[in-house]
Design a protein around this ligand. Structure first.
Ligand SMILES: NC(=O)c1ccc[n+]([C@@H]2O[C@H](COP(=O)([O-])OP(=O)(O)OC[C@H]3O[C@@H](n4cnc5c(N)ncnc54)[C@H](O)[C@@H]3O)[C@@H](O)[C@H]2O)c1
Length: 229
């Protein structure tokens, strides 16, 4: 079973995970921690966790500043720096929300040495994915996709390997009924919701609003409680 160490700065969160309790209010995570067989521990010390890791998944906060239109990715940069000093051979997978091109810039800043792999779905999409999409075509991308397959509830999830920055293999369409233009940043704009639903295999939406409940299994959303709150 894949060995996983969760690293956090907060003692209380680390303690809860080691006591098999969820630090956040989430029924599925609570059930897994309480009842499933997991090879998981939590730690405050990154040294011990990163030292022998094959993959480091970075999910630290990156608050968005609407005034400057930028993400504060300093915590992600801090973890990259730490991984580079402790275990430079580890492959880093960034789950934090970062701007397009962030990994290329970070790679340059560290003299091209960090090893990044793109493409990790949100947690609910990790347990019940329709498609796994990985940010490159390589042996290590296949290894990582296999780890995600192992963690998924269903077997035989189709896996799509794409290039990292442009995800060239994926055609993107946008649903925006009030936009007059036919294209938005190079993507086709669809104004008919039913047509958009038919055409889309996966949908990224800020909120799980009632008009997309019928295709909820296609929707990746940051609406954690599916309540449009
Ligand atoms: N919540 C989601 O469903 C979701 C989905 C997709 C992407 N994201 C992205 O993931 C990132 C994290 O989001 P979140 O909602 O989990 O945030 P969060 O604030 O709930 O959790 C982040 C955790 O990271 C810890 N942390 C901060 N700096 C750290 C460091 N240097 N080393 C180790 N741990 C550190 C914090 O103590 C905190 O427990 C953000 O960039 C967010 O945009 C979140």
């Amino acid at each position: 079973m894949t060995e996983v160490t969760a690293v956090d700065l907060i003692q209380e969160e680390v303690g809860l995970i080691n006591d098999r309790q969820s630090p956040i209010d989430d029924a599925e995570i609570s059930d897994y921690l309480a009842n499933k067989s997991l090879n998981l521990k939590a730690a405050l010390d990154p040294e011990a966790a990163y030292r022998d890791a094959d993959f480091v998944i970075i999910a630290t906060p990156t608050d968005y500043d609407p005034k400057t239109n930028t993400f504060d990715a300093r915590s992600v940069e801090g973890v990259i720096e730490s991984v580079m000093s402790i275990n430079p051979g580890a492959v880093m997978v960034i789950k934090s929300t970062v701007p397009v091109g962030f990994t290329a810039e970070a790679s340059q800043r560290f003299d091209g040495k960090p090893d990044f792999l793109g493409g990790v779905p949100a947690r609910r999409a990790t347990s019940t994915p329709r498609v796994l999409s990985s940010g490159e075509r390589s042996a290590r991308a296949e290894t990582f996709a296999r780890l995600l397959q192992e963690g998924a509830l269903q077997t035989d999830v189709p896996t799509l390997f794409t290039e990292s920055t442009e995800a060239k293999g994926i055609k993107v369409v946008v649903y925006e009924p009030v936009l007059d233009e036919a294209e938005f940043f190079g993507s086709e704009v669809i104004k008919d919701l039913e047509l958009f639903k038919q055409r889309s295999d996966l949908i990224l939406a800020n909120r799980l609003t009632p008009d997309i409940h019928d295709i909820a299994d296609k929707v990746y959303t940051r609406d954690l409680f599916n309540s449009d709150a």
